[in-house]
Design a protein around this ligand. Structure first.
Ligand SMILES: [Zn+2]
Length: 406
């Protein structure tokens, strides 16, 4: 296990240095660094004796046939992409822990009675197209036309980017359909503080909270900053500022709701021009789907009042919506059994963050393991998981895989 853990730590470090920017870690959908990271994972999977595939949409897969290659496979996976200025554990740890667990089984001379497919998804964070799970939606046939029409910062549509990579509708892409796999299991950092508070290294995930993502655009009128009196202005940015503060207030007033504006764009974007168009992203989450929908409607109504009073046009665009997902009871029980053998705990926690399991849950039962991260911090270069906790996570995966019946 010591050697295995060292190798896992080295691999995390290695992936953590594969970046599209020399100053910080960032890998986005189909970016050069994302492809290099995918190639790296591909190499490690091949070393393990897996049959490997690099899909045109950037996702990679390794297949370990097991004793009964025709049996329904178990999917393991996580994502290769990162946010901008990321830590090295979010996504990568799940892939490296899965690899380490499979290597440990090989070294113990254990052949699983079913195939394992290890998937490294090209996009989970949604940085490039502001829409999440492109990798896991890709392998489950959920890349709809609306998603593929979305534009990146360079004005390229996802369709165009995919076509450039040789992807097309009828290509021999991986396509998991409902009932074709026995389940999907992912190990991920917790990205919260609960495990630290409980002083536990890992837990099993009970479900994933629902989420709405929006793009909100306010349009006013551009004009000269020096010659336009205040009362004649239709300033989209000041309207957006009021809308963003209303968002924060709503979330503060409703425990359980978290709402975030993470990106804002202003046109024409000159210091001496009144902002004509301001658009911002809105990320809106709640554990209870009906509450999320109700509060989002309430927010939309208040933003409509704000924009009407300022004579601004409002475009309230829902980009993505995912209902809460409940993890599969049987997988959760198997994972809890494995967790208990390693740590003595059967703790389960709900995930406030979204994960690829949300997309995979449309076709397969899902289960997840969370590993403690320092201070709950993620999406930050100081993200940290102790080697001991990584070791616990790998051992839980090993125990889980060993315990599954044929
Ligand atoms: Zn992640």
């Amino acid at each position: 296990m010591g050697l295995m853990l060292n190798r896992a730590l080295e691999r995390l470090d290695f992936l953590g240095h594969i970046s599209d920017n020399p100053c910080y870690l960032v890998r986005t959908y189909l970016s050069p660094a994302n492809r290099r990271a995918a190639g790296c994972l591909l190499g490690w999977m091949a070393e393990l004796g897996m049959q490997t595939q690099h899909l045109p949409d950037g996702t990679v897969r390794g297949v370990l046939p097991g004793a009964a290659p025709e049996a329904k496979p178990l999917l393991l996976g996580s994502h290769l992409d990162t946010v901008t200025n990321a830590g090295k554990y979010d996504g990568a740890l799940g892939l490296i822990a899965a690899l380490a667990a499979l290597e440990e089984l090989r070294d113990q001379g254990i052949q699983l009675p079913f195939p394992v497919h290890l998937l490294g998804f090209s996009d989970e964070e949604g940085v490039r197209f502001q829409t999440t799970y492109l990798g896991s939606r890709g392998v489950t046939g959920q890349l709809d036309l609306e998603t593929r029409a979305r534009l990146d910062a360079a004005g390229q549509s996802q369709s165009l980017v995919l076509a450039t990579e040789g992807w097309h509708e009828d290509a021999s892409n991986i396509h998991y359909v409902a009932g074709s796999v026995r389940g999907y299991v992912e190990l991920h950092i917790e990205q919260g503080r609960s495990l630290e508070e409980f002083d536990e290294a890992a837990c099993v995930v009970s479900g994933i909270n629902g989420q709405s993502r929006l793009l909100v655009t306010l349009t006013g009128r551009a004009d000269h900053a020096g010659t336009t009196p205040m009362e004649f202005r239709r300033d989209s940015l000041t309207g957006a500022a009021e809308a963003i503060l209303a968002t924060e207030k709503l979330a503060r007033d409703h425990p359980g709701l978290v709402a975030t504006v993470g990106k804002i764009e202003v046109l024409p974007g000159g210091s001496n021009s009144i902002p004509e168009v301001t658009s911002f992203t809105l990320d809106f989450r709640h554990a209870v789907d009906a509450e999320r929908v109700r509060l989002l409607k309430a927010l939309e109504n208040s933003v409509r009042k704000i924009t009407a009073s300022r004579e601004l046009e409002l475009n309230w665009q829902l980009v993505q919506e995912n209902d809460a997902v409940v993890c599969d009871a049987e997988l959760a029980r198997n994972l809890c059994d494995a967790l208990e053998r390693v740590t003595g705990s059967r703790r389960q926690l709900a995930s406030g963050a979204g994960h690829d399991g949300v997309a995979i849950s449309k076709v397969a039962p899902i289960g997840m393991i969370f590993v403690r991260c320092r201070g709950g911090l993620s999406h930050h270069p100081d993200e940290y998981v102790s080697p001991a906790d990584i070791g616990v996570g790998i051992r839980v995966l090993v125990e889980f895989l060993k315990s599954l019946p044929a």
